[in-house]
Design a protein around this ligand. Structure first.
Ligand SMILES: [Zn+2]
Ligand SMILES: [Zn+2]
Length: 447
């Protein structure tokens, strides 16, 4: 007897795929292994927002239908072959997401210009073209994935993403599209800076241990140091924790980040409220926000602080004028980070960040080295910088100010990208930038 939850998952994730823009119409399909070793798979030719759990057919690992009134997706073979041959895979997501499909249509892999490629492997490889729905397509897809890739492109067609669970496969599909998007932007105006093999090995090792994604139902435990905090001190931190929760949601809904990427911190004296590790922004309430001291030691809150806490605490400790830090992977800014090129002063709003948005040289995420190069690059004068092959760091006196700087970083990066794409941007000269920086220095105090 099949447990019905796998049918729910197929129905839910289909809607999510549509909402996240990973597919259009009825394109793509999702499969999940059931408890008894069979497969729940999207039905053929049904719109995603109409698929109810009861519409999801069950097939065995050879693709023979076991139950359900609807026919399984015509692309079932890609799913069943992979679920049969790869023991580590419990779910497969197939879609036609636009940036990844662009690489599929030129038959070229997505190169390692962003560290999140490690969700997939050392690149996103391309399986050679075969007609959709055929056994031949299933075969080339399986061959291209091999043992080591979690996803591949299908030439002139789309994307195949895998994971141990449906959530993991879905996150891989999101990361495929994100990495393809960054690589596309970078390639269209320059030469992306690629991660070397050694660094990719380091990342793959770290990502293999990743999967400890938290959810709202599996709270951790209060650190021992929490006992030393008075109720009054905790109450004082409440507005900081609320701001981290509120602006995390804004960051997601305003397209500055995807999934659990990025993090926010807000300082209150010698303590810092900071996003918890690996939790989706929409689930983070004020009480989920971690509290650390300025050395990054966890002092309150049941959840572990973000693994990138050092960038936050180092900056908050060293820069007197900074009371909040926003880190994200916003796409246009991240494209410049992947080119290892600063965003230059082609729009006057650059003055929110400085005379440009400089790039901190690459270091592995979550390390003390990354915190150090970020702090060095910001120096005393920049309110934001890019992190090579990674993303953005924005600062401000308050979370709301740091968030505005992050929005302006993405805006200026987008304008500069688009200008470069059609011509040669006019850059503001030093005298004008000085005028702007002076005006902007008085800005924050007006409101
Ligand atoms: Zn397809
Ligand atoms: Zn990051």
């Amino acid at each position: 007897m099949t447990d019905p939850s796998s049918q729910w998952i197929v129905s839910d994730l289909g809607r999510q795929m549509l909402a996240d823009g990973l597919t259009k119409g009825t394109g793509g399909n999702i499969s999940v292994k059931t408890d008894d070793g069979n497969v729940a798979i999207s039905p053929s030719g049904m719109a995603y927002d109409e698929i109810e759990p009861d519409d999801v057919p069950i097939v065995d690992l050879d693709g023979t239908q076991l139950s359900g009134d609807r026919k399984p997706s015509s692309e079932f073979r890609m799913h069943t072959d992979i679920l049969r041959e790869r023991d580590d895979v419990g779910a497969v997501v197939h879609n036609h997401s636009p940036f990844a499909s662009t690489f599929a249509s030129i038959g070229e892999p997505v190169g390692p210009s962003h560290y999140l490629i490690a969700f997939i492997g050392d690149e996103i490889p391309v399986a050679p073209y075969e007609t959709y729905g055929t056994a031949e397509l299933a075969e080339v897809a399986l061959e291209t994935l091999g043992e080591e890739y979690n996803a591949c492109l299908l030439e002139n067609h789309g994307v195949l993403a895998t994971g141990a669970t449906a959530e993991a496969a879905y996150e891989v599909a999101l990361m495929v599209e994100y990495c393809a998007r960054i690589h596309y932007y970078a390639l269209s105006i320059g030469e992306p800076s690629l991660l070397d093999e050694r660094e990719i090995d380091t990342l793959l090792e770290r990502f293999a241990n990743y999967g400890q994604t938290q959810s709202a139902d599996d709270a951790g435990s209060e650190p021992a140091a929490a006992a030393d905090l008075s109720a009054d001190r905790l109450a004082e931190l409440q507005p900081n924790r609320e701001a981290v929760s509120e602006f995390g949601r804004k960051m997601l809904h305003q397209g500055l980040t995807e999934g659990t990427g990025g993090n926010i911190s807000s300082q209150n004296g010698d303590l810092v409220a900071i996003s918890p590790s690996g939790m989706p922004y929409d689930e983070i309430d004020a009480e989920d926000v971690s509290v650390v001291d300025l050395n990054g030691d966890h002092v309150a809150g049941k959840r572990k602080p973000s693994s990138e806490f050092r960038m936050h605490t180092d900056i908050l400790r060293e820069r007197e004028d900074v009371g909040a830090v926003v880190h994200n992977h916003s796409p246009y800014a991240s494209a410049f980070a992947s080119l290892n090129e600063p965003v230059e002063a082609s729009h006057y709003l650059i003055a929110f960040a400085g005379d440009q948005i400089p790039v901190a040289p690459y270091e592995t995420y979550g390390t003390a080295e990354l915190a150090e190069v970020a702090l060095d690059t910001l120096g005393a004068e920049y309110n934001a910088c890019l992190l090579e092959n990674h993303g953005v760091l924005a600062t401000g006196a308050t979370v709301s100010e740091a968030f505005e700087v992050a929005l302006m970083v993405e805006y200026c990066a987008r304008i500069h990208y688009q200008a470069r794409n059609i011509g040669e941007p006019n850059l503001l000269d030093d005298t004008e930038i000085d005028t702007l920086l002076e005006r902007f220095a008085d800005y924050g105090q007006d409101h």
